[in-house]
Design a protein around this ligand. Structure first.
Ligand SMILES: Cc1cc2nc3c(=O)[nH]c(=O)nc-3n(C[C@H](O)[C@H](O)[C@H](O)COP(=O)(O)OP(=O)(O)OC[C@H]3O[C@@H](n4cnc5c(N)ncnc54)[C@H](O)[C@@H]3O)c2cc1C
Length: 472
């Protein structure tokens, strides 16, 4: 840990206890350990203290105290992050937003919602859907991730392909700055040309610039129809090749997910309660969904979609005919991440390339696997060119995992860059990808980013150790 920081001492604890009460300031083993890791690999970093504010004013006072004492402060949402963003790598204090979860306030007339950062994404979605409104961003972790974490990682999900990612729905934010001041970043309007766009600067900033305490989101009408297709392929390359052609045909599915055979096999093994239409698994699948309000229009889209897919030699295309069948398919898709991760220690790369280059990317992943001796399971948001490459530890030696694999990952990211892509489509940089940043960001880009960080956080107390590559 860096000597530049103070770790919280007894006087700090007393200060927070006085402010928040004993149930919201914790340093017992259970609290420390549950704030020490997220869903990223098997990484563990222990904080000294965990606090649970409920209001913006409380957050402001906590941050102000950390600023004066130079205590490192890491904000934690639900801890489902996959780039180690919530890991307190410099110890110090973890500020959990778990209690900042008041009932969302819906403004139906303006189609907006105001929400605190600790509200679970799916809870927010259900709330607005009761009013016929729709908040589309749907990370597969939406049953547990918090909306504040979604903003801080600029999260996507299957529906991003038609509806965009979290950033496309954020109108205005209330944030607490590193010295404890409370600031609004914009206004709750659909257009805003008033100086720099501080709202968007916060999105994807991974808790390194400020703490998001209040969020105004725009909403859209909830589509009434969803038609879902499962398309099996014997050749995974054909599956990913089909993707760009669907869009070229003028179609915009509301989801277009790719899943390799093993991704489904591990999921069905871990979750025997889930139903899948095929007993004999194909080598890869596309899960394609069309949505809208008009049955005739969806039929016309289907009539154009099927011939495009058939051009890539799928097995028989299966269409869900009931809501339960649709939900069943999505349950399998949403369970893949957890199933693959529980199968073996893993490293996940959130690669993203222009979608026409997906076949080249997939082929290169397999080539690298053969060269370095690793097994990989790929799945993800193919419609966005976003392929999650899960490299499994399996029987790899310590030497191969720790020393040789980073070389393979560097090669992978070089290829991604060559194809016009980048390191992360939606999981962020955090702790585990920061040392690859030089591959995709020029020195000038990194200098601008560091400059922004130092303006917002001059003492570098907010989530230190993230995003920027270690000095070499
Ligand atoms: C099984 C599984 C499936 C997933 N599927 C997807 C997917 O489809 N799409 C996708 O995009 N991601 C996905 N993820 C990744 C993850 O769920 C998202 O990154 C999510 O947005 C993280 O939210 P969280 O509340 O868990 O944040 P955390 O992990 O707690 O924190 C993430 C980062 O946000 C910062 N942060 C949290 N709250 C705030 C705040 N209020 N203010 C400032 N900074 C804050 C933290 O400091 C940290 O840097 C998946 C993860 C898992 C485990």
């Amino acid at each position: 840990m860096s000597k530049a920081y103070q770790q919280p001492n007894e006087a700090d604890r007393s200060k927070f206890l006085e402010q928040l009460g004993s149930d919201r300031v914790r340093w017992d083993a259970e609290a420390i350990h549950s704030a020490a890791s997220d869903m990223t690999e098997d990484l563990v970093f222990l904080p000294s203290l965990v606090v649970f504010p409920e209001t913006t004013e409380e957050v402001s006072q906590i941050v102000r105290h950390c600023y004066l004492r130079a205590i490192p402060l890491t904000v934690r949402g639900a801890g489902t992050g996959l780039s180690g963003g919530a890991l307190p790598v410099e110890g110090g204090l973890v500020l959990s937003t778990a209690r900042m979860n008041a009932q969302p306030k819906i403004d139906e007339a303006n189609m907006q919602v105001f929400v605190q950062p600790g509200v679970i994404t799916q809870v927010l979605q259900s709330c607005v859907e009761e009013k016929g409104l729709f908040y589309p961003p749907d990370p597969s972790s939406r049953g547990s991730s918090f909306i504040g974490g979604n903003l801080a990682e600029s999260s996507g999900g299957p529906r991003a392909v038609k509806y965009g990612v979290t950033k496309d729905y954020v109108l205005n934010l209330e944030v607490v700055l590193a010295d404890g001041r409370i600031m609004e970043t914009g206004a709750r309007v659909l257009k805003n040309a008033t100086g720099y766009n501080l709202t968007q600067l916060m999105i994807g900033s991974e808790g390194t610039l400020a703490i998001i305490t209040g969020i105004t989101l725009r909403l859209i009408p909830l589509p009434t129809l969803r038609w879902t297709f499962l398309v099996p392929f014997q050749n995974p390359n054909q599956a990913v090749s089909a993707v760009a052609h669907v869009f070229k045909a003028g179609l915009t599915p509301s989801a277009m997910e790719f899943m390799e055979r093993d991704a489904i096999a591990y999921t069905l093994a871990k979750r025997p309660d889930l139903a899948f239409p095929e007993a004999e698994l194909a080598q890869a699948y596309l899960l394609v969904e069309l949505d809208g309000f008009d049955e005739d229009e969806l039929q016309r889209q289907t009539d154009r979609l099927i011939p495009v897919l058939e051009g890539f030699e799928p097995n028989e295309i299966w269409m869900a005919t009931t809501a339960a069948e649709t939900e069943g398919l999505w349950k399998v898709r949403r369970s893949i991440g957890e199933a693959v991760k529980s199968h073996s220690i893993y490293k996940e790369q959130d690669t993203v390339v222009p979608r026409f280059f997906l076949p080249e990317l997939l082929a290169y992943v397999k080539e690298l696997g053969a060269e370095f001796g690793f097994e990989s399971v790929c799945y993800g948001h193919a419609g966005d060119g976003n392929l999650h490459v899960n490299i499994l530890r399996g029987k790899l030696s310590e030497q191969a995992w720790e020393q040789e694999l980073p070389i393979a990952i560097r090669k992978l990211f070089k290829k991604v860059k060559e194809l016009g892509g980048t390191l992360s489509g939606e999981h962020g940089i955090g702790w585990v990808q920061k040392n690859y940043m030089d591959l995709v960001c020029s020195p000038a880009q990194l200098e601008m980013m560091r400059g922004i960080k130092s303006v917002f956080d001059p003492k570098n107390i907010l989530n230190p150790g993230k995003i920027f590559p270690d000095a070499k």
